[in-house]
Design a protein. Structure first.
Lengths: 281, 319
């Protein structure tokens, strides 16, 4: 019965011949549970090749996907929050910022850059959800405002990629006023007849939805993205019932008339270039 | 019977004492005039002391006081009952949590807009507790555009615990409705004055809050979130609402210091409801003065100043 019994005891493969499995070589889709090689996953723009699930990605990945040769000029990369209120909850806001910065190697929840998409100039402001939930504070407002000034100065189109839980509570009324600030600045883009494309990705809620994210000349979303004003938990508590299936998904928001289009991330760059050509005066 | 808040206990007791003394005076032969005067003096002293040292949380409580005047009270008083309410967003329905219409302030026609709360259970439900749906914001915008067309100034009264977070509100684009108002109010060609008369909760308040001049009454609050919700998110319970109220720096004084509003309108001791006539006059005076000044500026400069004012808000560190 040596089928079931080892004939030779112990591990006989020498250390030299041992095959290492590097960390992160495989990606398991949280939606359909299928497993693909990480390199293939990256190749398909972090979209599951099996079910089309769009993994959350940050500014680094979006810039790489959209800008030609991953080349771009980033602006104001070192501005950080001023903590105007000296805010303390369970932790000092200053400490929270410092810890998040060292953990994420980001300065705040948004990065702004100028690059080219198939040769067409575009300024992109892209959020990073891993920085305090992509929350909007003074830095986000200021970076968007300065990106708009840059667009006005150089006559360039703007795209904002939203991925945010909403306003940053630790900046209280300052964060609220960023909604006013960004919306007011966008009127200048319109006045100058410069296109503004809003890309809503998973998730886009709260103060971001209730300001610039919904104000695009074109509002575009990624498939399946959560988009809403009040978060689903709050809505559920309000109505005291379970939410209907698909509530507040990009598809739901499109059906209700608030999006122009849903674009698969794998086609995003191509579609974007086409739209930029069509909008060009 | 007026309503008293927990921290107003000392005043409530003194008023009870006053009532009892009065009854003794009516029934018996004892002369109580001196005693009554003494109690009344004491009430004044205690009131002054109590209301000059309010904590942020106490101001939040006062801003929600059930006896406090609401938008329609202000509008009717200020326009000397000439207010003509106008309804509907021309798309879905008429939102009862948001009211608006023309009224005469002295000889000037003004478009008034405001969130409206109710004074009893039935009217509170009817007004949806002052929480507008998207059609409320769209009605407000429609009326602002109407005012712009006929070159009439706009005055908004802000008093809301937030935009309504319901299912239909999401379906009809609550986020888009508020965003559109922020955008359109930034470039409205007529003068806009916004006054927070009670609660200024987040995007729901800001949705009618982009003005050339933004004022807060003394006992109101304005922030990105209510102290209760802030407490429940940051501390995972509702018990830290006082701490949250402090941390959010949401009072009129704080907001003026942060340069996020343009001025404060003082309330009578005891809050707006203790002497409504006085607060109506104070509010009217601010409206008349500010509109007078704003109308001297030409429209495009006014819009530019408005955009510049909001664009300057925020505190960042250059790296």
């Amino acid at each position: 019965m040596s089928w079931f019994k080892r004939i030779k005891e112990g591990i006989t493969t020498s250390t030299k011949e041992k095959k290492e499995t590097p960390e992160g070589l495989w990606y398991k889709c949280p939606s359909c549970k299928s497993i693909v090689a990480s390199s293939d996953h990256e190749e398909s723009k972090y979209v599951c090749p099996n079910c089309g699930f769009h993994e959350r990605i940050g500014s680094e990945e979006y810039f790489a996907i959209l800008f030609d040769n991953n080349q771009f000029k980033e602006f104001n990369e070192n501005i950080t929050s001023g903590d105007p209120l000296d805010f303390v909850d369970t932790k000092k806001y200053k400490d929270r910022l410092r810890d998040t910065m060292s953990k994420t190697h980001l300065k705040d929840a948004i990065r702004t850059a100028h690059g080219q998409v198939y040769g067409h100039d575009l300024v992109i402001a892209c959020m990073d959800f891993e920085f305090i939930g992509g929350s909007m504070g003074s830095v986000m407002g200021e970076k968007i405002a300065r990106a708009i000034d840059y667009c006005l100065q150089h006559k360039l189109p703007l795209m904002i990629i939203s991925k945010s839980g909403g306003a940053r509570m630790m900046e209280a009324a300052f964060s609220l006023m960023q909604m006013a600030k960004t919306s007011a600045k966008l009127t200048q883009m319109s006045e100058a007849k410069l296109p503004y494309i809003s890309l809503l990705t998973d998730p886009t809620t709260g103060g971001v939805t209730a300001s610039f994210a919904m104000l695009g000349d074109l509002n575009i979303a990624e498939p399946g993205a959560l988009i809403g004003f009040a978060g689903p938990r709050v809505v559920k508590e309000t109505i005291g019932k379970d939410l209907p299936k698909g509530f507040q998904t990009a598809e739901f928001v499109l059906e209700h008339g608030f999006l122009d289009k849903i674009i698969d991330r794998r086609n995003l760059k191509d579609s974007l270039a086409k739209l930029l050509v069509m909008l060009k005066s | 019977m007026p309503n008293y808040l927990d921290f107003e206990k000392p005043i409530e007791e003194l008023y009870e004492q006053l009532e009892k003394t009065k009854q003794i005076g009516v029934k018996g032969k004892i002369d109580v005039t001196k005693l009554l005067a003494e109690i009344e003096d004491k009430i004044e002293v205690v009131k002054k002391q109590l209301y000059s040292n309010l904590t942020p949380w106490q101001r939040v409580q006062l801003s929600r006081h059930p006896d406090r005047p609401y938008s329609l009270n202000y509008i009717n008083a200020i326009t000397d009952n000439t207010f003509m309410e106008l309804h509907g967003d021309r798309t879905v329905k008429d939102d009862k949590a948001m009211i608006g219409g023309f009224g005469m302030v002295d000889s000037m026609s003004v478009m008034f807009i405001g969130q409206q709360k109710g004074h009893n259970t039935k009217s509170r439900q009817y007004r949806n507790f002052g929480m507008p749906n998207p059609e409320g914001y769209r009605k407000a915008l429609r009326l602002m555009k109407l005012a712009e067309k006929f070159n009439k100034p706009v005055v908004t009264f802000i008093d809301t615990p937030g935009a309504y977070p319901g299912l239909e509100a999401e379906e009809r684009g609550q986020g888009e409705a508020i965003a559109r108002n922020l955008y359109e109010m930034s470039i409205l060609k007529v003068p806009v004055i916004c006054i927070i008369i009670g609660e200024g909760a987040s995007g729901g308040a800001l949705g009618i809050g982009i003005g050339d001049k933004v004022y807060m009454l003394e006992n109101t609050w304005y922030s990105v979130i209510s102290p209760e919700s802030c407490s429940s998110i940051l501390w995972r319970n509702w018990d830290n609402k006082e701490k949250a109220a402090n941390a959010l720096k949401l009072t009129a004084d704080d907001m003026l210091k942060q340069k996020l509003i343009d001025g404060i309108i003082n309330e009578p001791p005891g809050g707006a409801h203790s002497n409504p006539e006085e607060i109506y006059q104070s509010v009217k005076k601010v409206i008349v003065t500010e509109l007078g000044a704003l109308q001297k500026v030409n429209a495009s400069d006014r819009v530019k100043n408005r955009i510049d004012k909001f664009s300057a808000m925020g505190v960042v560190q250059e790296g």
